[in-house]
Design a protein around this ligand. Sequence first.
Ligand SMILES: CC(C)(COP(=O)(O)OP(=O)(O)OC[C@H]1O[C@@H](n2cnc3c(N)ncnc32)[C@H](O)[C@@H]1OP(=O)(O)O)[C@@H](O)C(=O)NCCC(=O)NCCS
Length: 209
Amino acid sequence: MQTKIEKIDASSALAIKIIEDQEFEDLEFLSFREKLSLANISHPEKKREWATARLAIHDALLQLQIPYPGFFKDEHGKSQSMNGHGYVSLTHTVGYAGAIFHREQPVGIDMDLIREKILSIGFRFLDKIELDFLQKDPAHYTMAWSAKESIFKCQGKRGVSFRENILLDPFNPEDQVIKGRIRGTDYTDHHYTVEVRRLDNVILTYTIW
Ligand SMILES: CC(C)(COP(=O)(O)OP(=O)(O)OC[C@H]1O[C@@H](n2cnc3c(N)ncnc32)[C@H](O)[C@@H]1OP(=O)(O)O)[C@@H](O)C(=O)NCCC(=O)NCCS
């Protein structure tokens, strides 16, 4: 399975894997609870995505020389480390899965396929100010969507609206950094710096609290 691993700094790393149709690599490292969760996913494609995201976090942890602790989902759906150490975020999209781990700070990661139809749903997740600065370009819109997903996942709480509560500063389609903030929630005025990468027709973003 093709993997891209990036050690961001001494405390954090991310891994991106291409989802392939072949057999899974060894998944013995999963906790008992995770093996049960995997067994309960009936859709073969979803199963593959779920497993590949765990292989990605396993690879990111190896890079940091941290043993795999096992992860569980909290009441908001966010994955938490079973030993209470470190922060993780996971993502999967058509053909790819990815994960990021940080020893001390919450993280968020997201990958999205660039699709034309995103232009027609912009009003659902974008504020008027954002609609004004974004070009009518699916890649530009996908960057905005993915940046908001990464910020959402980093804060982790349900009930935060992309349109009402997450606001992005103006950015250009070729930018590799997007600044954003959360407003009108418990985390009002928390500012985020979102890193952006493009892999073929997929936008990857991640942020560290
Ligand atoms: C849950 C949500 C973050 C998932 O994102 P997605 O792009 O559909 O899917 P991804 O593959 O990138 O991410 C899925 C992972 O997000 C993680 N996740 C789910 N809920 C989460 C939360 N509250 N906080 C952090 N991470 C979360 C999970 O680890 C999940 O992977 P897993 O099921 O393999 O464990 C997203 O669908 C969501 O609910 N967003 C907020 C709702 C919203 O405002 N939507 C826009 C309205 S226009």
